[in-house]
Design a protein around this ligand. Structure first.
Ligand code: FAD
Length: 437
């Protein structure tokens, strides 16, 4: 177990992986291009907070770091929808007692880096990786230094340098796609140290082709994110003056606007960022492998980017343990077995944007939810709604996608028929279709 392992990127996935590999007895070093985030402000107008759920929590527990992180989490038990007239409607995410957790990405990252260092991992900041030699298994950094390792893991995010080098190798497939929407963050500050909205919900203002969401933070602020097209009517390209921004928020998000007195200042000083999906395969070459966003960046609408990256770590470690840490065999096996699940969550995340921004408020959607909860109440083991499979279970994403498609087919059939709903027949049909597809 004395193998030397180099991890490129001390983001969420790289830091968590480092903790576990060190615990397993390896000689682990992490190389990060940024300065130490604990000593410098690197937010750049983005204070992203994330929804942490089951698939992310399990690997954090595996690493023994969940207890350190838990006090920083804010439970969100469902969606709080804001209609144009300000009316609020609550939709639970799952069964009673099920919730997702809001956590600051920066805070979580710092806690994980801290845990890695405490377990003896060497974290080298200001070390931008500029090259990887797959034959010699060496990394080169901007400062000219080079290191040789038994295993190299690229956890350097959606614009991974390691992946760019893989793109220069034979038979490596890569694709990227920017969606037509970008995002901009806006903060709702507390008054008298109190949250200005109910904190234990994910607030959402669905508006057809665009939406605003808000997640709570520990300092009693909310981070709002406007997901909005770059071009068209309406779009970012049309909001160029304070008046245009004011009028737009008055029309679509009046109740949110009332909570952000410096709205236009924030709007023009915070960046507008784009959203990308990347896919590639295989994820490895010789003794180098990609994990997390470096292997599969997805849009954030299912709240699964980090969760899937943490699940990568768990599955990679479990497989490695099973295969007695024989990297030569583990890398191809992991890459080929996990790929279908990364593709599935990528598809689900794109689809969930349409659901969040367009469907969550409409009567057809609410009727489906109502029928589904009746089926689930009677057959809790057989029928798990798609959102719950993705968020509250470890069912492989590809299987959740497959079962979700069958559930949709059945729900379409139910809504098209006039006869009374028969739960027994529904579950029978579900079981038949499960075998057929
Ligand atoms: P990153 O967190 O990007 O870390 C990569 C690290 O590598 C960085 O520290 C970077 O500085 C470093 N690096 C890059 N290049 C080099 C180099 N050449 N040399 C050395 N170091 C390098 N996920 C969820 O699960 N739930 C959510 O609710 C959610 N919401 C999101 C909302 C938004 C608006 C966005 C943008 C993302 C959201 N995500 C969410 C996704 C989540 O942020 C990512 O999936 C997650 O950060 C990926 O972790 P990572 O470690 O793979 O990559």
């Amino acid at each position: 177990m004395k193998d030397k392992i180099s991890i490129v990127g001390a983001g969420l996935v790289g830091s968590l992986l480092a903790v576990i590999l060190k615990q397993k007895g390896f000689d682990v070093q992490v190389f990060e291009k940024r300065k130490d985030p604990r000593k410098s402000d690197v937010a750049e107008g983005r204070s992203i907070n994330l929804a942490l759920s089951n698939r992310g929590i399990r690997p954090l527990k595996m690493a023994g770091v969940y207890e350190t992180i838990e006090p920083f989490l804010i439970p969100m038990k469902g969606r709080m929808m804001h209609a144009v007239d300000g009316e609020l409607t609550f939709q639970p995410y799952g069964k009673e007692g099920q919730f997702i957790n809001s956590v600051s990405r920066a805070q979580l990252n710092e806690l994980l880096i801290e845990s890695a260092e405490k377990s003896g991992v060497e974290v080298h900041f200001d070390h931008k990786c500029t090259n990887v030699d797959f034959e010699k298994s060496t990394l080169t950094f901007q400062n000219g230094s080079t290191i040789q390792s038994d295993l190299i893991v690229g956890t350097d995010g959606a614009f991974s340098e390691i992946r760019k080098k893989l793109q220069l190798t034979d038979r490596f497939n890569f694709s990227q796609h920017y969606i037509e929407h970008g995002y901009k963050e806006l903060a709702i500050e507390p008054v008298n140290n109190k949250f200005l909205m109910e904190p234990n919900y994910l607030h959402i203002w669905p508006r057809g082709n665009f939406m605003l969401i808000a997640l709570p933070n520990n300092d009693k602020t909310f981070t709002c994110t406007l997901f909005f097209p770059f071009e068209g009517n309406p779009s970012f390209s049309q909001l160029n003056t304070k008046k245009e921004v004011d009028d737009f928020f008055d029309k679509y998000f009046k109740d949110a606007k009332a909570l952000i007195p410096d709205l236009t200042d924030q709007f023009f000083s915070n960046p507008t960022s784009s959203l990308i999906t990347t896919k590639c395969d295989p994820w490895f070459k010789n003794s180098t492998i990609l994990l997390g966003d470096a292997a599969h960046a997805i849009v954030p609408f299912y709240g699964q980017g980090m969760n899937s990256g943490f699940e990568d770590v768990r599955l990679f470690i479990e497989l490695a343990e099973e295969m007695d840490w024989n990297w030569e065999q583990i890398l191809p096996k992991y890459s080929s077995s996990r790929k279908k699940d990364a593709d599935a969550i990528s598809e689900l995340a794109l689809h969930n944007f349409i659901e969040m921004r367009d469907h969550v408020g409409d009567p057809d959607f609410l009727r489906r939810k109502e029928i589904e909860s009746k089926i689930q109440a009677k057959y809790p083991k057989e029928w798990i709604p798609l959102y719950s499979m993705v968020t509250f279970s470890d069912i492989p994403y590809s299987e959740a996608l497959r079962l979700g498609k069958i559930q949709k087919k059945i729900m379409d059939e139910i809504l098209n028929q006039e006869t009374e709903i028969n739960l027994e027949k529904i579950i029978e049909r579900f079981n038949t279709l499960k075998k057929a597809y």
